[in-house]
Design a protein around this ligand. Structure first.
Ligand SMILES: Nc1ncnc2c1ncn2[C@@H]1O[C@H](COP(=O)(O)OP(=O)(O)OP(=O)(O)O)[C@@H](O)[C@H]1O
Ligand SMILES: [Mg+2]
Length: 357
């Protein structure tokens, strides 16, 4: 026998659309996980509260709810501004549907469609496609450069052996050194290509490890404020690759902030998280933030492409490599600039699935 109630509960919980249900007093009586994600609060915290309290600063929502309650007709309200905790605002479409067949307990179901999330999804997909196209082109080019480079280095070595004048060897040494430098650069450009070798990874241990590496590198203690979610489960990931990706992003933050600048590291869990068109039950969100000036406007749109740099001494490979490594784990790195913070957000599914494109 199928337990129909439990079954529909399961469906309700797994919907990507945020669903809120209000009772006849217009107090919240149900909400799914996507609703919790969108409103950034748990159902337990707001159950039973009147809509006017939950959405006190979102008049468009209350207006739609009231109207559909009075008319007992379905209603769609577009472009409703929802004000969320942390001074965030999202623009959503709301569909209000009064349930008429349960006359004893009239309810209103509200579907909230996050239109910004949809356009973000499209942007993510474009970014991923362009990123892999550029990397493939570079990969082809790099191979073409590496072969003659090997010949050049070998010939310089042979020549050096024949030279009797030591002063002239200085020139062959330059050829060899520069060929090695170019070859190293190309190796960095080509890496990584392999599939992740997954194991259990504690993301907080990784963050602490990277922080120690960077402190050793900069010779000064860094001003870092951490806000870790202690309930995060271990990830299924390639530890070395995750370290490399976080190191590249973290190091940029250190380089961008002033010597006494502030860096913030946050971690949290996200349920029912869509990353690059795939829905993951659980994902970890790692935010690495600094109070530096932010990415120069001129390169903002190409930030994750190889060889794009805003620093005189930069090679422009750090973020491109980090993005590839995280994408190999079905995750994504996003950039956002708020009024006074530069935010790099790494989304990583907790479980690694090998079967996705
Ligand atoms: N936190 C940040 N704040 C400001 N600008 C940043 C930040 N992170 C990255 N950038 C900008 O993005 C550019 C690209 O970064 P990326 O790490 O790919 O290359 P890079 O740091 O220049 O060189 P490297 O290959 O040594 O990492 C940087 O040169 C910098 O201009
Ligand atoms: Mg860098």
């Amino acid at each position: 026998m199928i337990d129909i109630e439990a079954h529909s509960d399961l469906h309700f919980e797994n919907l990507v659309t945020a669903i809120l249900v209000f009772d006849r007093e217009l107090c919240l009586c149900r909400m799914n996980t996507s609703g919790e994600n969108l409103l950034m609060t748990s159902f337990r915290q707001i159950v039973g509260l009147p809509a006017t309290e939950i959405f006190a600063v979102s008049p468009g929502f209350i207006e739609g709810l009231d109207r559909s309650d009075q008319t007992r007709n379905p209603l769609t309200q577009r472009g409703v501004q929802l004000n969320l905790p942390g001074n965030r605002t999202v623009s959503v479409d709301c569909i209000f549907t009064p349930v008429t067949n349960t006359s004893k307990h009239p309810e209103i179901i509200v579907e909230i469609i996050d239109t910004q999330a949809i356009s973000r999804l499209l942007k993510e997909e474009n970014l991923t496609m362009l990123h892999s196209a550029v990397r493939e082109t570079l990969r082809g080019m790099a191979h073409e450069i590496k072969n003659p480079l090997g010949g050049l280095r070998g010939a310089a070595q042979l020549l050096e052996r024949e030279l009797e004048n030591d002063e002239l060897k200085e020139y062959t040494q330059i050829i060899i050194r520069e060929a090695d430098r170019l070859s190293n650069l190309i190796d960095r450009m080509l890496a990584p290509n392999g599939k992740p070798h997954t194991e259990k990874v504690n993301i907080h241990a990784v963050l602490e490890y990277v922080q120690n590496l960077l402190e050793a590198e900069s010779n000064t203690p860094l001003r870092i404020e951490r806000d870790y979610d202690p309930s995060l489960p271990d990830l299924q990931a390639d530890q070395e690759q995750v370290i490399q990706a976080i190191f590249n992003v973290f190091r940029n933050a250190v380089q961008a902030s002033a010597p006494d600048g502030q860096i913030w590291i946050n971690t949290r869990i996200k349920r029912m998280c869509t990353i690059r068109q795939h829905l993951h039950k659980l994902a970890v969100v790692i935010e690495i933030m600094d109070d530096g000036p932010g990415v120069p406007k001129a390169i903002e749109n190409f930030l994750f492409y190889p060889m794009v740099t805003g620093r005189a001494e930069g090679t422009g490979l750090g973020l491109s490599i980090a993005q590839s490594l995280i994408q190999a784990h079905r995750g994504l790195i996003e950039y956002e600039r708020t009024e006074n913070r530069t935010i790099f957000r790494i989304l990583l599914p907790i479980e690694y699935h090998d079967d996705q494109a």
